[in-house]
Design a protein around this ligand. Structure first.
Ligand code: SAH
Length: 281
């Protein structure tokens, strides 16, 4: 198993759009420098598909009226090369008021709640804006008193679930359909020494019981499809935190959730592309 590192020379005004499109194509991480972007993909995405994606990005940028003339190259990285390359670039970041996301080979930050995250092959390093927004909202909601049971649908590296556990949730469950994410999430739970967490392979249906806070950072089609299951797992007065929708898709998601008896309360626009929602019952 290996990775592809794409090096992209991209005009400044199109950078954000490219980063977002890269994540949508399954990128595990993006590193921004002054002059270029490095974008990482697991090799199971297939190089032909990735190259096709980049070529179609140009058309999308053009159609959006953005500068679309970028060039790109790529290299294949073996697992070992990846570790070396990504390690150098995956820097610690602070999120919200108290949280820091730290790769395990870096020193923890004094006076902050450190989430140790080794991304492995899974999505969720905290560098993506939707992950950051979810963590900020989880932090705020725990401060407001939510602390019992937390469910993370599509846990990836486990980052949101680990955040919730470290912020004080008594019992935390994370589910994901991708076995690579499950491996990464379990490894990260251990790295953080957490014992009140369960990571399960599957869709939301494998999560039993009722929850005070349910987070799901997923595409809108999936959020709409699982609306009944989210609702049936939410405690009375519980809160649902949804992210991963592209601006313009949120009303459909809200409608699907309202049909299941949930009430929309807050909406956040993250940069040019993403929306996060808070709902309750
Ligand atoms: N929660 C992390 C990762 C989000 S990426 C974060 O906020 O950064 C979305 C994750 O959802 C991926 O790991 C993907 O494998 C998983 N996923 C996609 N569809 C799913 C479904 N129907 N049920 C559960 N997990 C799903």
């Amino acid at each position: 198993m290996g990775y592809y590192e794409f090096n992209i020379q991209v005009p400044d005004e199109s950078k954000d759009a490219i980063i977002n499109m890269a994540y949508e194509s399954g990128s595990l991480g993006v590193v921004e420098t002054q002059n270029y972007l490095l974008i990482y993909f697991p090799d199971h995405r297939g190089i032909k598909k990735l190259i096709d994606d980049f070529a179609s990005f140009k058309t999308i940028l053009k159609d959006s009226g953005l500068l679309h003339d970028f060039s790109f190259g790529y290299v294949y990285l073996s697992e070992r090369d990846w570790n070396e390359s990504w390690k150098k670039k995956f820097q610690p970041i602070d999120v919200g008021e108290d949280l820091s996301i730290i790769p395990p080979w870096e020193i923890s930050r004094f006076g902050r709640i450190n989430l140790l995250i080794d991304p492995g092959m899974a999505f969720g390093t905290g560098h993506h804006i939707t992950t950051k927004t979810c963590l900020e909202l989880i932090e705020r909601l725990t401060r407001e008193g939510l602390k019992e049971r937390f469910l993370d649908v599509g846990t990836g590296t486990g980052i949101l679930a680990i955040g919730a556990a470290k912020l004080g949730f008594r019992e935390v469950v994370g589910v994901d359909i991708d076995p690579l994410a499950i491996d990464a999430a379990k490894r990260n739970v251990n790295l953080n020494g957490l014992t009140n967490m369960t990571i399960l392979e599957g869709t939301i249906s494998v999560a039993k019981g009722a929850y005070d806070l349910i987070a799901a950072n997923l595409m809108s089609e999936i959020l709409i499809a699982i609306a009944p299951e989210i609702s049936s797992r939410l405690k009375n007065k519980g809160i649902v935190l949804l992210s991963g929708m592209i601006i313009g898709q949120e009303d459909e998601v809200i409608a699907a959730m309202e049909k299941e008896g949930l009430m929309f309360t807050e909406r956040y626009y993250d940069d040019i592309r993403w929306v996060s929602l808070v709902l309750t019952r």
